[in-house]
Design a protein around this ligand. Structure first.
Ligand code: AKG
Length: 362
């Protein structure tokens, strides 16, 4: 599902969804003007991308909506837009306050990847504590020699965590000065390669289901409250959303989320609540077949998407994030994260996007 590298060209145009992914993903042109080859992002035609920020502006100004877009007639404190051809898909532009965006960016980097929550790094390194702090302190993750032989890895750790505890953060200078031959990786690289963490009930990617036997903490109360509020427009009348699991996706420049369905939850009448934080992205919302031409939609920091009912059967993915100043649209975050203590968050989010999607599993 995840990818940061090239699409196999033979496959790339096999379906309408693939074709759209190829159209929007980041490619580089190599300029040979100077002796040094310089990578330039290939320009992409964004004229067909639906921009719900503009839709909201014109709706607020003169009550007008473009063809194919309607507004949900339900009590919510701001307009909720729907795509007439994709029932069950809802878009709430810019609904998260700047303070909420900053809070959840911070949590996504500090507390959400903490064990027992799992991340994509578990399978290789075991549980990692305090990765963000280690990256801030320029630490290096080192494989401990003393434990690397004769350890019955399988006995101590849950599945997928077989290498746990063999790795430890060290001061970067210690490792370098000793001409150390142990395997090592800088915390900064690990942070850049953090692609997901899971909250609440833990999702087992290899089996594509929730493994309720895995140790887990409840989703934090504040996030539950926010998700319940955001889910309300898409909930069956009189019912309240029960957040039980969440996946946090982390995107750096060139990272993509390939077209997929979220079909592992029991009751599709309940929405997935999906929040965007950080750099702007393109979201592709296809149909029930990969052959259906997807809608391309901008996602900005503070936007919330709800997918319920029939929309749960629609392929979707993220082929592109924008990190350049003009397109990333994170000036408000730059202002909010300007104090000394927050610069580490700013450094990360300037080149990244975070998505938190919250689910009711049962
Ligand atoms: O990053 C996004 O906005 C979409 C995330 C998503 O589709 C997923 O995690 O299933």
């Amino acid at each position: 599902m995840y990818g940061a590298d090239s699409v196999n060209d033979d496959d790339s145009e096999r379906t309408a969804f693939r074709k759209a992914e190829k159209k929007y993903r980041l490619y580089y042109d190599h300029s040979t003007k100077s002796s040094k080859r310089k990578k330039q992002p290939r320009p992409v035609d964004l004229s067909e991308v639906i921009d719900f920020k503009s839709v909201l502006d014109s709706f607020n100004r003169n009550n007008e909506l473009p063809p194919g877009i309607s507004v949900l007639q339900r009590d919510f404190n701001q307009p909720v837009f729907c795509l007439e051809n994709r029932p069950g898909f809802y878009f709430i532009p810019g609904v998260l306050s700047i303070e909420e965006q900053c809070q959840w960016i911070k949590e996504s980097l500090t507390s959400f990847p903490q064990p027992p929550n799992r991340t994509n790094h578990n399978a290789i390194y075991g549980p990692i504590h305090d990765l963000f702090i280690a990256a801030k302190e320029r630490k290096v993750f080192v494989e401990e020699e003393s434990l690397s032989t004769g350890l019955d890895c399988n006995s101590n750790f849950p599945s997928g965590d077989v290498n746990a505890s063999r790795w430890k953060f060290s001061e970067g200078s210690d490792v370098l000065s000793r001409g150390d031959t142990r395997k090592s990786v800088s915390a900064t690289v690990l942070l850049r390669k953090l692609r997901w963490s899971t909250l609440g009930l833990q999702f087992e990617w290899s089996k594509r289901n929730y493994d309720v036997s895995l140790p887990h903490n409840k989703i934090p109360h504040g996030l539950c409250q926010l998700a319940k509020k955001m889910a309300a427009p898409a909930m069956p009348l009189g019912e309240e959303f029960q957040p039980e699991a969440a996946i946090v996706n982390y995107f750096g420049l060139g990272d993509t989320l390939g077209g997929h369905l979220d079909d592992m939850e029991a009751d599709w009448s309940k929405p997935i609540v999906s929040m965007s934080l950080g750099c702007k992205a393109i979201f592709l919302l296809g149909g029930k077949s990969r052959q259906d031409t997807p809608f391309a939609i901008f996602l900005r920091s503070g936007d919330v998407v709800l997918m319920a009912g029939e929309a749960r059967e629609c392929f979707h993915g993220v082929p592109r994030i924008f990190t350049d100043e003009e397109n990333a649209e994170i000036i408000h975050l730059e202002q909010q994260f300007s104090c000394e203590d927050d610069l580490c968050f700013l450094e990360y989010i300037r080149n990244s996007r975070i998505n938190i999607n919250i689910r009711q599993v049962f």
